[in-house]
Design a protein around this ligand. Structure first.
Ligand SMILES: [Ca+2]
Ligand SMILES: [Ca+2]
Length: 213
């Protein structure tokens, strides 16, 4: 038995901590199998349940983050947060749409300022071993009740700022501004870096209905 279960570090539903992995016919075709040494008849071999990867997303769109865990040799676990039932949450979801950069804006840095604090995320597209959490980026805003600024630094070098009319507890879509400069990618990047376009209007493509906790 793994120490995680003995210490109750990894509690599981209904106390289910192991399962049958396979069985051996130690009096027949599996008699030479090492696990059949000094055994006879049908032997059931069990193994502990363990997690292999996980993704984090607001599955039910109620403002708190839920977890889906892929299990080794077993069905997935779904861990549903009830945080939104316990307190009023303040959050912002930011979904990126690249134009000069890749479509999902992978490689972008996003900063959200609210309540006197600035929260920064690097959009690297990963969330752990063998897993990919869903977009958009999720920013918990603590006690902040108003978003003062959303800044996106795109892989192309373009910098984009949205400073008004960003409602909390919602998802915004930010589309990368297209630069008018033409030419080889190297020169486009140089131009984007120099231009540093700041877009206050038209950069929010759509704002979904607020998910009030
Ligand atoms: Ca949720
Ligand atoms: Ca919830």
């Amino acid at each position: 038995m793994s120490v995680e279960y003995i210490l109750n570090v990894e509690p599981r539903l209904d106390g289910r901590v192991d399962k049958e992995y396979f069985c051996l016919d130690c009096s027949g075709k599996d008699a030479s199998y090492p696990l059949c040494f000094q055994k006879s008849g049908i032997q059931h071999v069990r193994g502990v349940l363990s997690s292999r990867s996980s993704v984090i997303a607001d599955l039910d769109d109620d403002g708190d983050l839920d977890i889906v865990v892929a299990e080794f040799n077993d069905r997935p676990q779904l861990l549903v947060s009830n945080l939104s039932e316990k307190r009023n949450l303040h959050f912002l979801k930011v979904r990126l749409e690249g134009t000069m950069s890749n479509r999902d804006g992978l490689g972008a840095t996003v900063r959200v300022s609210a309540g006197g604090k600035t929260y920064t995320q690097f959009h690297d597209g990963k969330s752990g071993y063998l897993s990919q959490s869903s977009l958009p980026l999720y920013f918990g805003l603590s006690k902040g009740t108003q978003v003062d600024l959303v800044e996106v630094i795109w892989p192309s070098g373009a910098r984009q700022k949205i400073g008004s009319n960003v409602p909390i507890n919602s998802e915004i879509r930010v589309k990368e501004p297209r630069l008018s400069h033409q030419g080889p990618l190297r020169f486009q990047k140089e131009a984007a870096s120099m231009a540093k376009p700041e877009t206050a209007d038209g950069s929010v493509l759509a704002v979904t209905a607020a998910a009030q906790p």
